[in-house]
Design a protein around this ligand. Structure first.
Ligand code: NAD
Length: 496
């Protein structure tokens, strides 16, 4: 542990909520401890907001919506402000990356190159898009004109998890703000700091007070009142399938607010013996499961390999594993950081124990390491001999654990892949275009990769089939979630 991140300026660690353009503590003055996963010690205190603070934030957001200080601006002006917001984020790259790393445990190199860049890019992209989206005129009779336009929903609640705190927030706040909504964001209690800083940067860029509010707190105390709020018009949620289901119930129980959910995954990665480049397939499969310590909803956590190449594939994967040894997240060379907290570490270690009890073969990893740091580090772990009915094949572990299964035919691979409640992402590796395309078509997943697992772009929709959620983030499709379609009929009494 060479990095004394505890010497950082304390001003960076500000856990106060951001409501109506101001930092403030929770109305009831409650706070909670935000612990760093790097050493298990207190980072700072954070406002423990509850329904009173949610009311304040929603009221501020409603006022901002009703007086049109944001939605009333021409799209070109909102574009300008959102681009300035993106530039603010890039100008504060080091600070934001540092916050993300000490709060959540990911390697600083990725916090900088992935999290900060993707967040800025997302906000810029939706800003740039908003003055290029047109309405429609319907092909009706000549006696009428039917205009089909999009209007903002109003007040949008956003609830996000801790694995990519800024990116998950940006995927929702960017299209919501671009279309003129006001937003109340509840970040995860495990990683609230970067979102709070984003709100300050938005204000500095010209997003008016009240338009973007951030209310930290626990799910049942702050998330539930937001999801149940009668004056919130839509809710964008990313998190577990368990809570996502409750969000839809809460939307129904309250005002039928629009509810969009991006939920869990257990993505199958199918490698056929005729994959174009075995070395590339191994490298990509290993890199993708261990990226972000395996705490990615779309991590390819189920590796299905054709039995004829399975021994060679596993041998090569095992050779690569040492390069994913956990190390200090603030060290520039680190590729595998800390798990977000003790609870998550215990969950991951629990699944590893369960995999062994259920008869899977632990070939590498499986241990907590760097214990003297006080942080929550778990080795890159590989199980062979996994069956699809084992917990480590069925359930989302959300940690650095790869479960390997064999198969003998395309039909068997597709059956194994689809035999799961999730349907977020999948991959197929084969040089046979018919096989690759046929399998891609048969997979029940929102995204299917062919002969790679790395491509990603803000221009493509992201979301799940089955219990991986409802709706899509990213791309122009995300505008559908934060707007209502309005039809305006105009009678035409033509004088000619
Ligand atoms: P989580 O469901 O526990 O929490 C997510 C958010 O919901 C947090 O802000 C939490 O405070 C809040 N919350 C919890 N209980 C609540 C309640 N009763 N009412 C309202 N809000 C509540 O999930 P997590 O552990 O933070 O994140 C991990 C999960 O997120 C994984 O399942 C992962 O797959 C999923 N995820 C999905 C995507 C995607 O795009 N599909 C992306 C990232 C993460």
């Amino acid at each position: 542990m060479s990095h004394s991140f505890r010497d950082a300026p304390l001003a960076l660690l500000d856990g106060r909520a951001f409501i109506d353009g101001e930092r403030r503590w929770a109305a009831q003055q409650q706070r909670f401890d935000d612990v760093s996963p790097l050493d298990g010690k207190l980072l700072c205190e954070v406002a423990r907001c509850d329904s009173l603070d949610i009311d304040l934030a929603v009221n501020a957001a409603r006022r901002a919506f009703d007086d049109q200080r944001w939605r009333g601006l021409p799209p070109a002006k909102r574009k300008q402000v959102l681009i300035a917001f993106a530039e603010q984020i890039l100008a504060h790259r080091e600070e934001l990356a540092w916050l993300e790393t000490v709060d959540m445990g990911k390697p600083i190199r990725y916090a900088r190159s992935v999290d900060v860049n993707s967040t800025a890019n997302c906000i810029r992209w939706y800003g740039e898009a908003i003055d290029k989206v047109y309405g429609e005129i319907a092909p009706t009779s000549a006696q009428a004109l039917a205009l089909i336009t999009r209007e903002p929903l109003g007040v949008v609640g956003v609830i996000v998890p801790w694995n990519y705190p800024m990116i998950m927030a940006a995927w929702k706040i960017a299209p919501a703000l671009a279309t003129g909504n006001s937003v109340v964001l509840k970040p995860s209690e495990k990683s609230p700091l970067s979102a709070l800083r984003l709100a300050e940067l938005a204000l500095a860029a010209g997003v008016p007070p009240g338009v973007f509010n951030v209310v930290p707190g626990f799910g049942p105390e702050a998330g539930t009142p937001l999801a149940l709020h009668m004056d919130v018009d839509g809710i964008g949620f990313t998190g577990s399938t368990r809570v996502g289901k409750q969000i839809h119930v809460m939307a129904g129980q309250s005002n039928l607010k629009r509810a969009w959910t991006e939920l869990g995954g257990k993505s199958p990665n199918i490698v056929f013996a005729d994959c174009p480049d075995l070395e590339q397939a191994v490298q990509s499969s290993v890199a993708s499961i261990f990226f972000n310590q395996g705490e990615s909803c779309n991590a390819p956590s189920r590796l299905l390999v054709e039995n004829s190449i399975k021994p060679a594939f596993i041998q090569r994967a095992l050779e690569l594993l040492p390069s994913y040894a956990p190390a200090h997240p603030l060290d520039e060379a680190t590729v595998m950081g800390a798990l977000v907290d003790r609870t998550q570490m215990d969950t991951v270690l629990g699944y590893i124990a369960r995999g062994q009890q259920e008869g899977a073969r632990l070939l590498a990893g499986g241990e907590r390491v760097m214990q003297d740091s006080g942080g929550y580090f778990v080795q890159a772990t590989l199980f062979d001999g996994v069956h699809n009915d084992m917990a480590i094949a069925r359930e989302e572990i959300f940690g650095p654990v790869l479960s390997v299964m064999g198969f003998d035919s395309a039909a068997e691979a597709v059956h194994l892949a689809n035999d799961n409640i999730y349907g977020l992402q999948a991959a197929v590796w084969s040089r046979d275009i018919n096989k690759a395309h046929g399998v891609a078509r048969a997979l029940r997943a929102g995204t299917v990769h062919v002969n790679q697992y790395d491509e990603d772009d803000i221009t493509v929709p992201f979301g799940g089939y089955k219990q991986s959620g409802v709706g899509r983030d990213k791309s122009l499709h995300a505008f559908d979630k934060y707007t209502e379609l309005k039809t305006t009929w105009i009678r035409i009494d033509s004088p000619v």
